[in-house]
Write a protein that binds this ligand. Structure first.
Ligand code: B16
Ligand code: MG
Length: 219
């Protein structure tokens, strides 16, 4: 029996993926890596240093950046990103998600956040969503980031639930792998080809309701 839901944040609750893209594109330009849709999709759900490593590798610049140069680039990206997200308001909650959260709360489900972002508590506060969640998993507290199952496993644990009692929602391929690896039911939101491993898929957040998930799981 499902008792809880674990939410990814960027791309599921918050319309912030576009801000990550703006900030990372500047870094890609600086290191000389050509920006592609595949690169953009591949960064979703991947933590900050991991994302930077993918950008540097995509342009075959690995040898040009040592650890301290990488930390400086990551810091620069985050400073730019923080400026962009400082303007967030509840209007930046992705379509339908506040209603979905209301629906879950009314049905007494327990909710947690499993975001790779160290900025998650700040963003959830800016969106006015903090009161919906029993807990936000600190990504720094898990041994490995998405696609490793650790973060979604922790998202069940903070609710005192078994993985089988939890449904995870994600917009990234890495995140769906994390949910599946943790033994939870996975709901993908976005391109069905990218999220092919999800148990259930929706094109967009506005399509996600409790009933739509039930119908999809029963079919
Ligand atoms: P930060 P999610 C992820 O958030 C983003 O999808 C990913 O693009 C980003 O690099 C990562 O957070 C780290 O974010 O630099 O703010 O710590 O989708 O897991 O909610
Ligand atoms: Mg995401």
């Amino acid at each position: 029996v499902i008792k809880g839901f674990a939410f990814d944040m960027d791309g599921v609750l918050a319309d912030t993926a576009r801000f990550h893209t703006i900030a990372w594109r500047k870094i890609a330009d600086e290191v000389g890596t050509t920006w592609t849709k595949e690169l953009e999709e591949g960064l979703k759900g991947i933590d900050r240093m991991g994302s930077l490593a993918l950008i540097i590798s995509a342009g075959r610049h690995d040898d040009e950046y040592d650890q301290s140069a990488r930390e400086a680039l990551a810091e620069k990206k985050n400073t730019n990103y923080r400026e962009l997200i400082s303007t967030l308001t509840p209007a930046d909650i992705l379509p339908g998600m506040q209603q979905f959260l209301d629906e879950l709360k009314a049905a007494n489900y327990q909710l947690s956040v499993a975001s790779a972002s160290k900025n998650a508590p700040f963003i959830i506060e800016r969106l006015g969503l903090a009161d919906y969640f029993e807990a936000v998993v600190d990504p720094a507290s898990v041994a490995a980031g998405k696609p490793d199952p650790a973060i979604f496993a922790a998202a069940a644990k903070v609710l005192n639930l078994e993985p089988e009692q939890v449904i995870g929602l994600e917009d990234s391929a890495a995140g769906i792998q994390s949910i599946n690896g943790a033994g939870e039911i996975s709901v993908g939101i976005g391109n069905a080809n990218v999220l092919a491993e999800a148990d259930v898929n929706f094109d967009k957040t506005a399509d996600v309701t409790l009933n739509a998930i039930k119908v999809a799981l029963d079919s």
